[in-house]
Design a protein around this ligand. Structure first.
Ligand code: DAT
Ligand code: MG
Length: 149
């Protein structure tokens, strides 16, 4: 099963949306195999968003993502990377469809509540930044027999 890295960003934590996001992930059938709350370090944030280092919004993005506690997860399931991007919705919440996290709970691209990896390469890289192998749980969820053909 594919794995992806998901974050409830500091705005999502401050707005009490952790449970909402976790609930959507679980109800979709995706399996949370690692979960932690922490304040991400400046070094980890810069590594996480390295692809955006040259963008004008990079300093404010790093400042924001390290500004308070966030919730990091590893989420597993069929096509987990693509499915989590769809669950989150478009990067700019103004363009995000209703029914997505960003389309239901956000308005500003700099306060878009959630993150999810955008490719298998990014997922592997981001999971390794935020979790040790020993922090990722290998287990079956009882509903998997109903969820998958
Ligand atoms: P995503 O988070 O959907 O993968 P991204 O990788 O293009 O989007 O950008 C990472 C984050 O950077 C995004 O969630 C919010 C911020 N960001 C992106 N484009 C921005 C912009 N034009 N102005 C301000 N912040 C931006
Ligand atoms: Mg991205």
């Amino acid at each position: 099963m594919e794995q992806t890295y998901v974050m409830v960003k500091p705005d999502g934590v401050q707005r009490g949306l952790v449970g909402e996001v976790v609930s959507r992930i679980e109800k979709r059938g995706l399996k949370i195999v690692a979960l932690r709350m922490n304040v991400i370090s400046d070094a980890a944030a810069k590594e996480h968003y390295a692809e955006h280092a040259a963008r004008p919004f990079f300093p404010s993005l790093i400042g924001f993502i390290t500004s308070g506690p966030s919730v990091s997860m590893v989420v597993a399931g069929k096509d987990a990377i693509k499915v989590m991007r769809a669950v989150n919705g478009a990067t700019n919440p103004v363009d995000a469809a209703p029914g997505t996290v960003r389309g239901d709970f956000a308005l500003d691209v700099g306060r878009n509540v959630v993150h999810a990896s955008d490719s298998p390469e990014a997922a592997a890289r981001e999971i390794a930044i935020h979790f040790k192998d020993s922090e990722i749980a290998a287990y079956s969820r009882i509903d998997e027999v109903c969820l998958y053909e």
